[in-house]
Ligand binder design. Sequence first.
Ligand SMILES: [Zn+2]
Length: 306
Amino acid sequence: MSIPAFAGIDIGGTKISALIVDDAGGVLARGGVPAPVREGGDAVADAASALVHELASAAGAGIRAAGVGAAGVIDHETGAIRAASATFVGWAGFPLARALSERLGAPVGIENDVNAFLLGEAAGAGARGDVLGVMLGTGVGGAVIIDGELRRGPHGAAGEIGHTPGYSDIVCTCGQTGHLETLASGTSIGLRYAERSGGHIGGARQVAERARQGDADAIAVFRHAGHALGLACASAATLLDLPLAIVGGGVAEAWDLLTPGIDAALRTDAPVSGIPLEILPARLGGDAVALGAIETARSAALAFSF
Ligand SMILES: [Zn+2]
């Protein structure tokens, strides 16, 4: 007899990760495979379902439902990808929920990856009420939980705090100017350091190494990123009465370097309500999206049972 279980799948630009958990949330298996995102939606669905089958079989688990955290804007009516970056070939319009459901023989729920990240982190932090999530990766993503529910917005595009203006006079990846992403993404941290120091050394991780060696330009780039992040969180908190922001992604691994800028922003620009805003680093690391996706799997299982 197989153990009834849920699968959480994290589909990223380079890797697909999956977790198999039992009813009580205990992790039975975890694993990952490269993501064939240049080969089209069916290839990605094949790779993800093969991974889940392998993990479930090794754990002696029967999958009741699966949830996916995937890059792109999700059409929650159909479970298809509405829009996606150019990295994912053939992804826009791909009916991901249906493709995976056919392959896994179980209901499948789909969530945007940053939304799934926040679902996972908020549950892990015991924060069920009102939370802002910010993901500082290649770009800057965001998500909001209000009254315990994800706020997706009528077009599935709520929470895109990375593309809010007023932080710099630098052109953003989207073509507009001054967005949070121009200072706080991993890519931007590398570029801003190159501009200041005259030498290109790579992404945020390399700049963080320089900062820890005392490089003043590297320290300043992280301080500016932290300050912009702090202002963005304070704006969101002021607008929506949010007491907590959780910040993940590769850049957040250098939390000690972001903190001086965040603290400076909170000293001068804290929400005028006087309600303290906590800005915390994510804690679940690489598991957050898959764990959040499992919340989506549970909802898919419930919907299926009606
Ligand atoms: Zn932008």
